[in-house]
Design a protein around this ligand. Structure first.
Ligand SMILES: Cc1cc2nc3c(=O)[nH]c(=O)nc-3n(C[C@H](O)[C@H](O)[C@H](O)COP(=O)(O)OP(=O)(O)OC[C@H]3O[C@@H](n4cnc5c(N)ncnc54)[C@H](O)[C@@H]3O)c2cc1C
Length: 491
């Protein structure tokens, strides 16, 4: 049977997920030698979604490089770095300054260092942990009980709070797990799904019976230490900023990429007299008044947008998509002259437990964490606000936000200098929340999607940039393979 070609795939959303999906559709079509065209549609006026890098010149030989969204990606998850290599921009990799890696946790209003040997939140060195003022003697004892508490061996989901309380106790939850682990997701530990966000801890518990034993075993089994005893950097960025990845993708996409064109509605297409792919023929209604027929659709948009678009063609999937909650977050970057700040900035920044009841969630010392972020003689800090911790801060007007943030920095770090400039980025409904049962919800969505429609990206199986790239790749391969199989099945 002869199938009409080229097949057409439409990717909706030009964030890192949509751009990566387009890239892997392009690559996979070449690999399989199948004639596929694609359209990538982004409703806003720029590519990258939450990846947004701004440069500010005029303070020296080099500019300030300011990240409005992600400032790096987790090196341990290989997919973003692999993509960068494929695009030929790996010479622009920028590792964190790991010689100065130290995290501080706000404790009774002041930053206290996370004790040496604490991996994520599990102590693996006795002395620095015993000497730390961060956790009370009783709290330390309770954490040590992890060694003896019998493991939970089923696969039932639970909240991060339940897991930590069970294994390490309430104080470990309040002082370490909540700011370090829920902070990444801007989540509420009392709702956050353990299986969707930190399944590795559950695996460790099952396999070793204790988190401490598991971490110690992992440390011992590191057979090939990196040269000079150094560890590979935990996070990676790009010298010109995270937007480098977006730029490289956009430059190397050869398909029909349209900016400023949102999708308003999806509908089943007319049965085509020439197409045998009737079951997967759709019609997209675009904001510019035009329509676009397509064989397959990849939705790389927030879950609530996907829900809206799927309302007619997949009502059950749309209903479950609506259950994925979102919170809004913001960042404010502040630039200072180095000699106007007494603080040593001797680490990557401060995370703030909810129990400290502050108006901000965390501070990154951006120009310590990375080179190339501020000109010589200047420093750059970045403050996080909003999310599930301080949602009221999202409604504070810009003029009022700056003095609040300055007051917080004065109290925590003794900074009295006025910033040279600042940049505020507000991300409304930006952070999908992986509440308990999240993976079941995602499976239910996937099971109720009609043929030819796919959802992918941060709302589903990981919010980090590498997770988004991986999901985009998996989806692109699945879509192209299914079209390829149709062409070969009856040949
Ligand atoms: C402040 C902040 C800091 C972060 N820090 C990190 C970090 O350091 N490291 C890390 O790995 N991750 C980080 N993340 C998470 C990560 O940035 C995101 O999960 C990821 O960028 C999401 O990419 P995405 O493509 O799935 O979604 P998005 O970036 O949201 O892209 C979706 C795109 O779809 C478009 N769109 C929406 N509706 C339509 C429509 N109807 N038609 C067409 N287009 C549409 C939107 O305009 C948008 O461009 C951070 C997130 C935030 C908000």
């Amino acid at each position: 049977m002869n199938y009409p070609t080229p097949f057409h795939i439409t990717i909706i959303g030009g964030g890192i997920t949509g751009l990566s999906a387009a890239w892997y559709v392009q690559q996979e079509a070449i690999r399989l030698g199948i004639d596929i065209t694609y359209t990538l549609l982004e409703q806003s006026s720029r590519w990258g979604g939450k990846i947004l890098t701004e440069t500010v010149e005029g303070y020296g030989a080099r500019p300030f490089i300011i990240e409005g969204g992600p400032d790096s990606f987790l090196s341990q998850k290989p997919w973003a770095a692999q993509l960068a290599r494929e695009l030929g921009i790996d010479d622009q990799f920028l590792p964190t300054n790991d010689g100065r890696r130290q995290t501080f946790i706000l404790h009774k209003g002041q930053p206290a260092p996370l004790p040496d040997g604490v991996l994520l939140m599990v102590p693996t060195k006795i002395k620095p942990f015993a000497l730390s003022r961060l956790i009370s003697p009783w709290g330390k004892l309770r954490m040590g009980l992890d060694w003896f508490i019998p493991p939970k061996t089923d696969d039932a989901d639970e909240t991060l709070a339940q897991f930590i309380q069970r294994r390490l106790g309430q104080e470990a939850l309040d002082k370490m797990a909540e700011p370090l682990l829920s902070g990444i997701y801007n989540a509420d530990a009392e709702l956050q799904s353990m299986m969707a966000t930190f399944p590795r801890f559950r695996d460790m518990e099952k396999e070793h019976g204790s988190l401490i034993k598991a971490m110690l075993t992992a440390k011992k089994s590191r057979v090939h230490p990196p040269p000079n005893g150094s560890t590979a950097s935990m996070f990676t960025s790009f010298k010109p900023g995270m937007a480098e990845l977006v730029l490289a993708l956009r430059e190397q996409l050869t398909g029909d990429c349209r900016l400023g064109v949102g999708v308003e509605k999806l509908a089943h297409g007319q049965r085509s007299p020439i197409s045998n792919l009737q079951s997967s023929l759709y019609q997209l209604h675009l904001a510019d008044g035009t329509t676009l027929p397509t064989n397959a659709i990849i939705l790389a948009v927030p879950a609530f947008v996907a829900a809206h678009l799927l309302a007619d063609v997949a009502p059950p999937a749309a209903a479950t998509l609506r259950q994925i909650r979102y919170v809004s977050t913001g960042t404010i970057s502040l630039a200072y002259k180095r000699d106007e700040i007494d603080h040593p900035l001797n680490g990557f920044g401060i995370v703030i437990p909810r129990s400290e009841r502050r108006r901000i969630n965390a501070v990154t010392w951006s120009s310590t964490k990375f080179d190339h972020r501020a000109p010589d003689g200047y420093v750059l800090l970045r403050v996080f606000f909003g999310g599930s911790r301080t949602p009221e801060m999202m409604d504070v007007a810009d003029e009022a936000l700056l003095p609040i943030v300055q007051a917080e920095l004065r109290e925590m770090m003794g900074i009295t200098a006025v910033p040279l400039f600042h940049r505020i980025y507000r991300w409304q409904q930006s952070n999908p929340q992986y509440d308990v049962g999240h993976l079941e919800r995602v499976a239910a969505i996937e099971a109720t999607l009609p043929p030819g429609i796919f959802v992918t990206g941060s709302p589903y199986r990981g919010v980090g940039v590498p997770d988004c790239v991986k999901q985009a790749k998996d989806t692109a391969v699945e879509v192209v393979t299914s079209l390829f199989e149709m062409t070969t099945r009856d040949a």
